[in-house]
Design a binder for this molecule. Structure first.
Ligand SMILES: [Zn+2]
Length: 245
């Protein structure tokens, strides 16, 4: 997916303390303001430290599941992102889910695929396939694109809070698949996540617009390592592992 399609809300916003401005201490209401700031500043600082303490705490997670709905992004006339060289996003995504399927089955999961070949599946259908599978999680595989060549790395998106730990578990494992940048776990209102009744994540496993990432992603051995990594993240989540990220 390209940057322009979506609005991203970063989950790791730095806490900005209000900067000291002499004006606020000077006027007629100086006393009230001083009291307000004295009460407010420690609160901000306290919240910052609570935030740090909670770092790595991803809540209850996705719970029990025995089915994985694998969703390869795009397909047919919808190429997804064009790579700087080689296969477009739709083919790379399909390749990764086809590699994931036997690994998940070996681990004892039932696997449902929204597509297993180069066909177009509307977004509503993808979410509907997930929604009719009880006891499932939904894992969508994509590759990223940006206008500039510099953006690189992996980011995993979630919408519902119970999907956040799954996203973090997948991110933690994926970052080991190839030397890549950690872009974090992010909240997004993507259609397939927003309309999904199951714990669901959308994995952007590198930028095909970045020459380094793309060179890696065009390599079938790297895609195999990515497939194995995402599956490990799913198994970690099922075991209730708390990511260290
Ligand atoms: Zn995409």
């Amino acid at each position: 997916m390209g940057f322009k399609e979506i609005s991203i809300v970063r989950t790791r916003q730095p806490v900005r303390l209000p900067s000291g401005n002499g004006y606020f201490f000077g006027g007629a209401k100086a006393g009230v303001l001083r009291i307000f700031l004295m009460a407010f500043l420690p609160l901000v600082v306290a919240l910052f430290f609570v935030g740090c303490a909670g770092f790595g705490d991803y809540g209850t997670g996705a719970g029990a599941f025995d089915t994985v709905v694998l969703d390869a992004g795009h397909g047919a006339h919808d190429l997804g992102a064009r790579s700087v060289r080689g296969e477009p996003e739709k083919m790379l995504a399909l390749d990764v889910v086809l590699r994931m399927k036997p690994l998940l089955e070996d681990a004892g999961y039932r696997v449902v695929m929204t597509r297993d070949r180069d066909v177009f599946i509307p977004l509503e259908t993808r979410a509907a396939i997930s929604n009719r599978n009880r006891g499932a999680i939904f894992v969508s595989i994509h590759f990223n694109w940006a206008k500039k060549r510099s953006p690189e790395g992996i980011e995993i998106y979630y919408f519902s809070e119970r999907s956040r730990r799954l996203a973090a578990n997948i991110l933690e494992e994926s970052l080991r698949a190839y030397r890549c940048a950690d872009r974090g776990v992010k909240f997004a209102r993507f259609h397939v996540l927003r309309n999904n009744l199951r714990p669901s994540v959308l994995c952007e496993l590198g930028f095909v617009s970045n020459p380094y990432d793309n060179q890696m992603l065009q390599n079938p051995r790297v895609r195999q390592r990515l497939a194995e990594a995402v599956v490990r993240g799913i198994i970690d989540e099922r075991r209730g592992k708390s990511p260290r990220l």
